[in-house]
Ligand binder design. Structure first.
Ligand SMILES: NC(=O)c1ccc[n+]([C@@H]2O[C@H](COP(=O)([O-])OP(=O)(O)OC[C@H]3O[C@@H](n4cnc5c(N)ncnc54)[C@H](OP(=O)(O)O)[C@@H]3O)[C@@H](O)[C@H]2O)c1
Length: 306
C-alpha cells in the first residue's frame, strides 16, 4: 500500500507538473491528494483517479481536515504575497496537528540568508526564510528545496511578451549584467517529486535546485538570435527611465515596483548560485535555457513571428 502524498498548490503550474510526474512514475492515483480551493481547476486529475481535497490557506480548519491520513506533503509556496506569511503558518500548524511525517518545501534562491545587507527582494525572501524557520521549529522531518528563478520568467515576466521582444529586436530590462541560473518549472517539479518519493535520502537537507549554467540577459538575447535568426539586442535602461516607460504605458504602481525590484535584484546577482543539486536529484542533465526557449518559441510563436 502506497502512502498518501498531498500536493499543496495542486492547481498551479508546479503542482500540475508534480502530479503528472507522480502519475508518470506509476504512483497510485488515489494515494495522490491534490489540495485545491477550486475543484474545477483539477477536474483533469479527478478523471485520472487522483483524490481531490478542498481547502483554503486562509482557513486553518479546512487545512487540518484535508491533512487527515497524509504521510508526506509537497508544500508549494503560496503565490499571494500579501497573505503568504499567514498561509504558510496555517499550513505548517495543520501539518503538526495532523502528524504529517515529511514535508518538502519549495523555497526560493537568494544571495544572503540575513537582512543585514538590504536587497530589492527582501519582501519575497522574508516569508521563505520565515517558513524554513517554522519548519525547523515544527519538528516535522523536512527538506528545503531552494528553487532557482524560472526560465518561464523570460517568457512572461518582462513587461514585453517574448513575441514583442523578438519582433522588435529589443529586450529592455534594467537588470544590468546580473547572472541567473534559469531553471524550468518542469525540472523543479520532477526534482521535488523525486525528493518526496525518496524522502529518507533527503531529510534535514537544503537542496539547491537550480541549473548549473548561468546567463546574463545579453546571453538570453544571443540565444534568442540563434533560435530565431533575428537580430535581438539587450538594453539595460536606468531604473528611472524604465519606470517612466512603464508609467507611460499606463502600468499600475504595484506592477511597476514589483518589476523594478526583480530587475534590480537580477542585476545584483540575487538569483545567482554557485551551488547546484539539480543534476543529482534529477539523475539527468537539467533542461538548458536554449532547449527551453527553442521549445517555447516552437510551441507558441513560430507562426506569429514575422
Ligand atoms: N522560482 C521562481 O522563479 C518563481 C516565480 C514565481 C513564483 N514562484 C513561487 O513558486 C510557487 C509555485 O509556482 P507556480 O508557478 O506553481 O505558481 P502558481 O501557478 O501561481 O500556483 C500557486 C498556487 O497557490 C494556490 N493558492 C494561492 N492562494 C491560495 C489559497 N488561499 N488557498 C488555496 N490555494 C491557494 C493557487 O490556487 P488557485 O489556482 O486557486 O489560485 C495555486 O494552486 C508560487 O506560488 C510562488 O510562491 C517562484
Amino acid at each position: 500500500m502506497k502512502c498518501n502524498i498531498l500536493i499543496v498548490g495542486a492547481s498551479g503550474f508546479l503542482g500540475n507538473y508534480a502530479i503528472n510526474f507522480l502519475l508518470g512514475k506509476g504512483y497510485n492515483s488515489n494515494s495522490i491528494i491534490a489540495l485545491v480551493r477550486d475543484e474545477s481547476k483539477v477536474q483533469h486529475f479527478k478523471n485520472r483517479g487522483v483524490t481531490i481535497r478542498k481547502a483554503d490557506y486562509n482557513d486553518p480548519n479546512s487545512l487540518t481536515s484535508s491533512f487527515i491520513d497524509i504521510k508526506k506533503i509537497l508544500f508549494i509556496s503560496s503565490n499571494d504575497l500579501h497573505y503568504r506569511k499567514t498561509h504558510h503558518l496555517n499550513i505548517v500548524n495543520a501539518a503538526k496537528k495532523s502528524n504529517v511525517k515529511f514535508i518538502a518545501y519549495t523555497s526560493f534562491i537568494r544571495k544572503h540568508n540575513s537582512f543585514e545587507i538590504p536587497s530589492h527582494i527582501d519582501f519575497i525572501k522574508e516569508t521563505h526564510i520565515g517558513t524554513e524557520k517554522l519548519l525547523k521549529e515544527s519538528g516535522i522531518p523536512h527538506t528545503i528545496l531552494v528553487n532557482g528563478l524560472y526560465c518561464e520568467g523570460i517568457t512572461n515576466f518582462f513587461f514585453n511578451p517574448l513575441e514583442t521582444v523578438i519582433n522588435t529586436g529589443v529586450l529592455s530590462f534594467p537588470a544590468g549584467n546580473g547572472l541567473i541560473n534559469y531553471t524550468t518549472r518542469e525540472d523543479l517539479a520532477e526534482a521535488a517529486v523525486n525528493v518526496v518519493l525518496n524522502s529518507d535520502d533527503y531529510i534535514g537537507k537544503t537542496l539547491y535546485l537550480n541549473s548549473k549554467e548561468t546567463h546574463t540577459l545579453h546571453d538570453v538575447a544571443d540565444i534568442l538570435c540563434e533560435i530565431t535568426g533575428k537580430k535581438i539586442q539587450y538594453i539595460s535602461p536606468t531604473a528611472e527611465s524604465y519606470k517612466q516607460d512603464l508609467m507611460n504605458l499606463g502600468k499600475e504602481d504595484g506592477f511597476i515596483s514589483f518589476s523594478l525590484a526583480f530587475a534590480l535584484a537580477m542585476g545584483d546577482n540575487e538569483f545567482y548560485s554557485c551551488k547546484s543539486d539539480l543534476l543529482t536529484v534529477l539523475k539527468r542533465n537539467p533542461t538548458s535555457l536554449k532547449e527551453f526557449l527553442s521549445l517555447y518559441i516552437k510551441q507558441n510563436y513560430e507562426k506569429q513571428i514575422n
